[in-house]
Design a protein around this ligand. Structure first.
Ligand SMILES: [Zn+2]
Length: 317
């Protein structure tokens, strides 16, 4: 009898403490957000937050307007012409039929090819996904590399800005721990859900019985793309001794152009010295679509604002 009563007392006490902790925390949260310190920061940083949100919108534009693919696998290129059905009577857990026969980014092949592809991914990517070792093929890979690196730069720039904004507010620990969502809402930062959609190419082997399968995945991120650019240019050069002497649009080359221009926008002269979080991009003065080349004298450093208004003008023109 006494034991039962004691148990209920303890249970009630625990519940009361639990509720009190939450109520107190809630009151502290309300007080923090309406407090002078928070409100002062909000005023002081409003332009910083606005610029962050503009770049978030810009990143969304790059994402929406970009092409994020290269060649396709021969094993899936005509797949839209057929209907595929698994009519086996056995309920195999791992069926050969689960192989991705119809996916354009998956090459179904022998075990040997899967293994070779993991040892020499660039060579096998070129060979089995129809990436052509021609000037056009190279230009296509360079374009993909530029789009991915522009998006990567913008996304990383946003992350640094977000960290900085949070640092400036320097909210109490319990705010970040329990009210992170409310914090970003009150600050007005539109967190960008954008990730960089680097294409992935897969070499896949599934055994006849479906009991064993192996795959090699090649992710086309900046290092892979730069490697691919160099491999393609090497092949082109070998075939035509004099041709293909121009600079390659790799991440390193883009960085060289920015360094040459002192990390300064050639239009509005804003520089990394003025704004440590300045988002700078490398622009073709005469665009590739109008015959411009990726040569040093046709490349310039622009800030994202000038680059955006330049490309908007180009579209209108
Ligand atoms: Zn500018």
């Amino acid at each position: 009898m006494w034991l039962a009563v004691t148990f209920w007392y303890i249970a009630l006490a625990v519940l009361a403490i639990w509720i009190t902790v939450r109520v107190v925390r809630h009151v502290r949260m309300k007080r923090y957000f309406s407090g002078e310190v928070f409100q002062a920061h909000l005023k002081e940083l409003s332009s910083v937050v606005t610029e962050h949100n503009e770049i978030a919108a810009y990143a969304a534009e790059i994402r929406a307007g970009g092409q994020f693919g290269l060649g396709t696998s021969g094993t899936g290129s005509r797949s839209s012409l057929a209907t595929f059905e698994n009519t086996s009577r056995h309920d195999y857990r791992r069926d050969r039929n689960v192989a991705h026969y119809q996916a354009l980014n998956v090459h179904n092949c022998s075990l040997q090819v899967v293994r070779n592809a993991s040892a020499d991914p660039l060579k096998y990517l070129i060979k089995y996904f129809g990436v052509e070792a021609t000037e056009e093929g190279l230009a296509q890979v360079e374009k993909l590399g530029e789009t991915i690196s522009r998006l990567e730069n913008a996304v990383n720039n946003l992350k640094r800005r977000e960290a900085d904004i949070t640092g400036e507010f320097n909210p109490p620990k319990f705010i970040l721990k329990h009210y992170e969502k409310q914090f970003t809402e009150r600050v007005g930062v539109n967190l960008s859900p954008i990730s960089v959609p680097c294409p992935e190419y897969v070499f896949e082997y599934v055994s006849a019985g479906g009991n064993s399968s192996q795959r090699t995945t090649v992710k086309l991120n900046t290092p892979t793309i730069d490697g691919l650019i160099e491999a393609l240019s090497e092949r082109i050069r070998r075939r035509r001794s004099a041709a293909g002497q121009r600079a390659l649009m790799t991440a390193r080359f883009r960085e060289e152009i920015k360094r040459r221009d002192d990390y300064t926008c050639r239009y509005c002269s804003v520089s990394l010295d003025d704004e440590p979080h300045l988002l700078l991009e490398v622009d073709h003065i005469v665009p590739v679509s109008r015959g411009g080349l990726s040569t040093e004298d046709n490349l310039q450093t622009l800030c994202w604002r000038c680059n955006r208004s330049k490309s908007n003008k180009m579209i209108d023109a």
